[in-house]
Design a binder for this molecule. Sequence first.
Ligand code: FES
Ligand SMILES: [Fe+2]
Length: 434
Amino acid sequence: MRAEDNELLTRVGPGTPMGNLMREYWFPIIKSEEVSTDGSPLRFRLLGEDLLAFRDSDGNVGIIEPYCPHRRAELFYGRNEECGIRCVYHGWKFDVNGNCVDMPSEPEETNFKHKVKIKSYAAKEKIGMIWVYMGDKSPLPELPDFDSMRLPEDKLSIRIALRECNYLQALEGDIDTAHLGFLHLGSVGASNFDKKSGENYLSQNKAPKYKVKNTQSGTMYGAYRDAEDDTYYWRVARFCMPCWTMPPGGNLLDHIIVRAWIPIDDHNSMFVSLSQKGGKPLDNLKGGAKLKGIGMGLNYEENPGSGFLDRWKLKETRANDYMIDREEQRTETYTGVKGIHLQDQMITESMGSVSDRTGEHLGTSDQMITMTRRRLINAANELAKDGSVPSGANNPNIFHLIRSGGMIINRELNWEDEVQVRKDTAVWPQGADV
Ligand code: FES
Ligand SMILES: [Fe+2]
C-alpha cells in the first residue's frame, strides 16, 4: 500500500478526507446509563475531538466541546444543574444545544450571552446507547437500521471495549477469516466439534477459497471449503459503511450481530458489539464442551480514571503483555492469552497504533481487506470531490436484513443468491420490531 493511501484511510480528525466521511454517520459511542439526569458530566473522544457529554434536568443529552468559551476552563468540573452545565470559574451556563443561557459575570444589558455559543453535536438515544452525529447535514440523517437494533431489549447484548489502535486495523481483524483457525482455534482439533458442523469442516481445512464482492452496504466475502461430497460450507462476513462488521459465526438466517470499530482518534477505537443474546461464536462444540482460551468475557480495568480515553478500558493491556501465560501457550492453548476478544486485541494493537501498511505482503486470504480499503478510499475521495453522499448515510434502511454467518449448501448453488436474507426467510426472536 502507498503511504498516502494509508494516511487517507487512517486519519479521522477534523478536515481530513476520512474524517469528513466518518462525519456523515452516527456512532453509538456512550451507553445511556453512563450519564444520569443532573449527574456528572462524562469526558470522551470521537473522531479526534475531545468532547463532554451530560444529561440535563429534562433527561436530554448534550454533547459539547469541553472547554468554556469564556477563558477555556474545562466544563467537566462544572455544575450540571437546572437544565444546563455551569462553568464554575465565572458561572457561565450552557444548555444541551450549546446556547449560553446565563452569564452572571456580565451586566444584563450587554446582551453578550446571546452572542456566545459553545460547539455542540447532535445526540439521539436508541437501544440504550447514545448515538452522536458530528456532521453538518440538516435535517439530520436517520440512524442506521441494523437488525440488531430491532431486537427486544431483553435479547440484545451490548459489549464495549476500548482498543488502543487505529479503527481500521481493528476492523480488518473482523473481516479476516483466515486467522480464526490459528489465533483462536490453533490448538482446537476437528475432533472437538460435531461431525457435520461447519466448525468441523473449518478446523479440517485452514486454507479455504474466497469470493469477495462489493455490495450496496459495503463489502462481503464468502470463504468456502468442502463439507460433504455434494456440499460446501460457506462462511460469509460483511463490512458495512463506514466502520461496521458482521462476523461469520452462527447460521446465516438467525445470526443477528453487528460490530462497530468507532474511530476515537487516529490511535484508538471503541469496539461496540450489538448482538442477539445467547449467540456463541463457536456452536457445535461436542457435548457443549468448553474449550480453554476461547471465552468471550471482558475484564475491565477497575480504576480507569475519568480522562478522555479512559472509558471501557480492559485490565489486560500491552503494558502487561495481555497477561500472557507462556506455560499455557506451550502446553494447552495456541496463544496463552485468555479469550477471543483479548487475542484479537493483542494482535491488532501489536501492529503499532497506526499500522504501517507499506510493509505488508498481502496474500489471497487478504482480498476482503483490500476490497474494503478500496471501498473506503473511493467513498472518501468521492465525497471530497463532489460531495457524493456515501452508502447508508442517507438511506439507512440498506442495512436491514443484511446478515452474516455460515451455511452448508449444495455445490451447484450460487452463494450470492443464498446469502440474500428475505423477509420470509429471516429468523427473528420473539418481540423483535419487524
Ligand atoms: S472560564 Fe468559564 S465562566 Fe469563565
Ligand atoms: Fe479474531
